[in-house]
Design a protein around this ligand. Sequence first.
Ligand code: B1M
Length: 207
Amino acid sequence: MLDKIKQAVLAGDMEGIAELTNQALAQGIGAREILDQALTPAMDIVGEEYEKGDRYVPEMLISAEAMKGSVAVLKPLLVEAGVKARGKVVIGTVEGDLHDIGKDLVAMMLEGAGFEVVNLGAEVTAEEFLKAAKEHEPDIIGMSALLTTTMIHMPEVIDALQQAGLRDQIKVMVGGAPVTQEYADKIGADGYAPDAASATKLAKSLL
Ligand code: B1M
């Protein structure tokens, strides 16, 4: 079943994937297992094929949409309902960057861990992060970037918070494939996490 789901992502089977995911769950395969052993490895292959020139952007996009179709089925299982909010997180993908799958997974896992999450979506500018910080008064702002050309917008958000006098009240965490602990330290973020599970641990430790 895991291999079938993986193949469905690779083939961009947006229609069949929800059914396959439900079948896998019915067979007792766990939601985390599906995520970690089928969906994420499939997207890694998509990335490798794109790098080699064997896959083009539209094909990458339909695979991403297929992955989202499965994630939509898994979401209620990944998010435990009814947990009292541990804290509030405003999260978004930075300006110019429309990769939102990983960020949405982080948001989902945070919700699962009992955080209230305000998901601003993708291509979020520093001004929009600042506006959301004022409006929602979060404990943490989380920024995601998947491109080396967009991660440079992360410090702009930190600067905007500083200028507005909000930096001391809000922790900043960053992540995304090109982001590293070293980069997080360099831009003065409070924390970096390499994946959704460690993002949850990090958020807990920041509070
Ligand atoms: Co794009 N893309 N893409 N892409 N894409 C990558 C990122 C790339 C590595 C592919 C490659 O070349 N091998 C490459 C980036 C190179 C670089 O800069 N280093 C790339 C490129 C170049 C591009 C375009 C420029 C291509 C083009 O048009 N020429 C273009 C840019 C568009 C833009 O953003 N302006 C582009 C477009 C796209 C699509 C639209 C087709 C699609 C995105 C669809 C969508 O998200 N709605 C897409 C996809 C799907 C990918 C790959 C294949 C998969 C990304 C993904 O969803 N991974 C990707 C290659 C790859 O990563 N294997 C690639 C699965 C996801 C679960 O992992 O996002 O890493 P990830 O998230 C993880 C962790 O990083 C971490 O936790 C998550 C869960 O474990 N994490 C955080 C993420 N955010 C976090 C925040 C945190 C903490 C942890 O705290 C707040």
